[in-house]
Design a protein around this ligand. Structure first.
Ligand code: NAD
Length: 486
């Protein structure tokens, strides 16, 4: 395993002593023992990183290089990273309890894939165009947005850093990344790889820390854009602060997605897919399909199949290859999720399996829990639980199913399960969410991803993801312009 303790921060591309002695201790959610620590970045560290990023952007070589030159650096980073994906996955599992199978595929391998997919998108991206305007030739150029502050949560830490840092770097921005305090060590290892890649001075910083560190970054006048992933509550606050300064902001926020099971669905196939779509990463996924909508006619069959699947889930050591459900990231999350289970019971839903007691003596585990007989006004149907808890709701007809699915403040994801894919598209068109699945729900990281309503503003992945890190500059000319160089 990697060295798990760091004494310095990665500021402007160099390891530097932190401004204060404040440290972050990472506790294993499985053993409840410390596994390592890093410095916690203070406002003074944020200031140093933003100044370095500002200088790199205003006067340094990075934004003035060709896109190809910047892509070559990202390719180098991807090659370095690819040699370590299994070890990176194991580190993430140790830090935050994601089952090893998910850490490998959904986190570390997904992080490398995103670097490559961004490179593919960048090759076809219209960085500079010539257009014919009202008065003659016009150049439309996509210029880097400037200094970017990237703030991410702990649930899929490396997978969330990449769709911010990589397109921003390719576009020519300089970036200050703030990982969550629960997962600072994997970020520090990424910083080692960034150091080895040798980006120009000031271009990248990685500053682990909590709310104050993030707040200092959001408020810093030297930052041009904040790209945030996290809860809707924090996102709302960040958008307000950015609004005061007219800072660009994109937000990837929470979800409470509905899986609509139509009467013609193959229930075994549906439940097999929902095992991942609803419970991946111990239920700590923004896109988790946590409201299961079914008609009275198929209700009992669906409950039997879901209960069978959930009773078979292996709950235990996340480092074990066979584990389906590991511990939640922190004791506060365990207590919070158990509080939601209690609220379901108190509000009158029927608990089919699960419960509030911890399934193991040690570690922040929660019993996989299934509710039915719920209404869409209950907290377990309205609020993002972020644990292995599913709520089944019944609908009277398809219109009712669509109404219930849309009766939420969120709009991130959703799915429909049916033997008629064409009809699935009709349902998708009625649902107010940024992504949707027919007989599956899996992120396609080459396609735009983001939220309607309180689930966010902006899109990640693909060409749309690159567009979050550029400003459009239009240049008119009295004289004919030369063609764009190949
Ligand atoms: P959170 O909002 O509490 O924290 C997210 C990040 O913001 C952390 O790095 C935190 O330190 C930082 N932060 C907190 N307060 C801040 C402030 N005032 N200013 C600046 N930064 C601040 O979120 P969480 O509970 O740690 O993460 C889980 C949430 O993230 C869930 O709601 C989940 O749905 C959401 N999420 C969304 C997506 C998506 O792509 N839409 C992906 C993963 C997670």
């Amino acid at each position: 395993m990697r060295a798990l303790s760091y004494d310095e921060l990665f500021i402007g591309g160099r390891w530097q002593a932190p401004a204060t002695a404040q440290r972050i201790s990472v506790i294993s959610p499985h053993t409840e023992q410390p596994i390592g620590e890093t410095p916690a970045a203070a406002a003074a560290d944020v200031d140093r990183a933003v100044r370095a990023a500002r200088e790199a952007f205003d006067d340094g070589p990075w934004p003035r290089m060709s896109v190809d030159e910047r892509m070559a650096k990202v390719e180098k980073l991807a090659a370095l990273y690819a040699a370590h994906t299994d070890a990176m996955a194991d580190l993430i599992t140790a830090e935050m309890g994601s089952p090893r199978s998910f850490s490998r595929l959904g986190q570390a391998t997904g992080a490398v894939a995103q670097m490559h997919l961004n490179l593919v998108a960048a090759r076809d991206y219209p960085w500079v165009e010539r257009r014919r305007g009202l008065f003659g030739d016009v150049q439309v150029r996509r210029a880097p947005v400037g200094v970017v502050g990237a703030i991410v949560p702990w649930n899929v830490p490396q997978f969330l850093i990449m769709p911010k840092m990589i397109p921003a770097l390719i576009a020519g921005c300089s970036v200050v990344v703030k990982p969550a305090p629960e997962t600072p060590i994997d970020a520090m290892w990424l910083a080692e790889m960034l150091a080895e890649t040798e980006f120009p001075e000031g271009v990248v910083s990685i500053l682990p820390g909590g709310r104050e560190t993030g707040e200092a970054l959001v408020r810093h006048p030297g930052v041009d854009k904040i790209s945030f992933t996290g809860s809707s509550a924090t996102g709302r606050h960040i958008a307000a602060v950015c609004g005061e300064q007219l800072k660009r902001v994109s937000l990837e926020l929470g979800g409470k997605s509905a899986a609509i099971i139509l009467d013609d669905a193959d229930i075994d196939r549906t439940v097999k897919h929902l095992k991942t779509a609803s419970l991946m990463n111990n239920g700590q996924a923004c896109v988790a399909q946590t409201r299961i909508l079914v008609s009275e006619r198929r209700h009992d069959d669906v409950i039997d199949a879901l209960a069978g699947m959930m009773a078979d889930l292996q709950v235990g050591d996340p480092a074990d290859e066979a584990t389906d459900i590991g511990p939640l990231v922190a004791q506060r999350q365990q207590q919070r999720v158990q509080g939601y289970i209690q609220s379901g019971i108190d509000e009158g839903a029927r608990m089919v399996l699960g419960g509030t007691e911890s399934p193991r003596d040690r570690g922040w585990y929660v019993r996989p829990t299934l509710f039915t007989g719920a209404t869409n006004t209950m907290r377990i149907a309205r609020e993002e639980i972020f644990g292995p808890v599913l709520t089944v709701l019944t609908y009277s007809d398809e219109r009712d199913a669509v109404r219930i699915a849309n009766d939420t403040e969120y709009g991130l994801a959703g799915s429909v399960w049916t033997s008629d894919a064409a009809h699935g598209l009709d349902i998708a068109a009625e649902i107010r969410t940024g992504t949707y699945g027919i007989n599956m729900y899996t992120l396609d990281t080459t396609m735009p991803f983001g939220g309607f309503k309180q689930s966010g503003i902006g899109r990640e992945f693909g060409a749309e993801g690159l567009s979050e890190y550029v400003e459009l500059q239009t240049t008119v000319s009295a004289d004919p312009l030369p063609p764009v160089p190949a």
